[in-house]
Design a protein. Sequence first.
Length: 574
Amino acid sequence: MKNLIKYIIFMSVFAGMISCDIDPIEENRLDFDFVLTNPNAAEGLLLNGYTGLLNQYSFSEAATDDAVNNILNNNYKRMALGELNSQFNPASRWGSFERVFWVNRFLEVIETGETQWSRDTLTNTMFEMRMKGEALALRGLHHFYVLQAHAGIGQSGELLGIPYYTEYIESDGNFNVPRLSFEASVQNIMADFDAALNLLPTDYGLSSGQVDAWYSNLENFDFDKYGIVNNNFFDLRISGRIVKALKARVALFAASPSFLDNQSYYTTAAETAAEVLNTIGGVAGLDPTGNEFYISDDNIFSRESLWRGSISGNTFNYEERMFPPSLNGNGEINPTHNFVMAFPMQDGFPANAANGFDSQNPYANRDPRLEKYVVVNGSSFGGGIINTGFGGGNDKLDSIPQQSTTTGYYLKKLLRPDVLINNNGTTQGQSHANVYFRYTELFLILAEAANEIGGPDNSFNGISARDVIAAIRNRGGITQPDNYLASITSQEEMRELIRNERRIELSFEGHRFWDIRRWGLPLSEPAKGYFFNGNNYVELPSVEVRNFQPFATYMPIPNSEILKFSELEQNNGW
């Protein structure tokens, strides 16, 4: 962090259309006095806070029981095989502090009151309110990114969080500050979120009858001026609705067994999630196409994405990485048989022999989401049949090193099936979008928290865990009535079902890696495969043997930071 430059690098970007990749059009070294007098330069500081937002394309599942990466030097693969340490941590997020300092610098600009966003006093006040709210929310979010990756039991035995920075620090300033307790870190994040909620519009582009009180109560309020500040042009920026969703996410994380195991935080998660979900009609508002939010332009623009980046042009990068070799892809991420067996039978009962699962006809009568998310042996995909077993050619297991599947499966989720990568080298790309928060995640947060507080039928604002899981499974294609769900009566049974539904619904979106840790589940489950040898299906029990240290639930602070700053306490074991 000492390498942060003393002067400000202004990134000139289009102010409204934010994605996680903000490319600078022009880079200048500008001093603080210039920024104070130039509103575009000042806003450039804020927009740096929108860089580094986490989306669904990390593919960290390769370090979990859900997937294997077939690239030998892939960092998540190396992590899973035992290389994770304080000097090699592909999941480190310590660098998010850089964004924290950008927004802190912007907040300094706001506090001076010298930057004029508009010559009109009311309009200028509303600009200040909204952008200060954005900065506070982004500061809380980037601190959460660091907390999720680096909170843990310190060498003292205390559950520790992270340093919390509320001021900009010059390059020669004091970065040697201790970590707060875990709960103090969470409370600081929540305080920033709450402060932001008193400044941000719930949504952008609302009608005059829906303006939030903190705007409409301003002296001499004028809706036309309000529309200049908070119109639909800013739709992709952080809003009050998004902050509430993030607050629910942080509260669920804090409440989890590996951390505070705390009913109060479960309550915050459930109440906050229910508040937002009731604005879309509760479980009736679950997007009917939300479990394939990536598959077409219409789905990308659907109401499933609570927060996303701008829509990309026609691209094919992810498909080239993930498609099977016969479709001119590199087959990089291979779902495991562990993951495939998480999908129930079509009637909703777990996939086992007692419920009709046939190990020699393993994909018959299964949850329809399996076919949507995974290319199994015999799948129709890309205009042909993909065979990963006997007779599969280049698609066959281990046929081409670092390209053909190692588990007997290829990834389908997150990919556009209408992308074409032709044999002659030409391509037909399609639109993609970085998604930062889906409504389905918010439903699952409510279900998990509500169940942990009072069991399957415990309700928040009229929504229970059972209601949520029923709606999600019905959308997924589980035969109705859902007799398996109806048989669930205990908190423990519902907990396992919720976790399994979360595993399926949020699969390959970067959640499983963190969920395993916050739930305290085993990290070193061997990755299994499944192979058709021409006569029979054979389970491959150890495609990849994982090797995490027993203390890897809590990941390390970067060793370089520990060496530089004596006040930083390392997590136990590292």
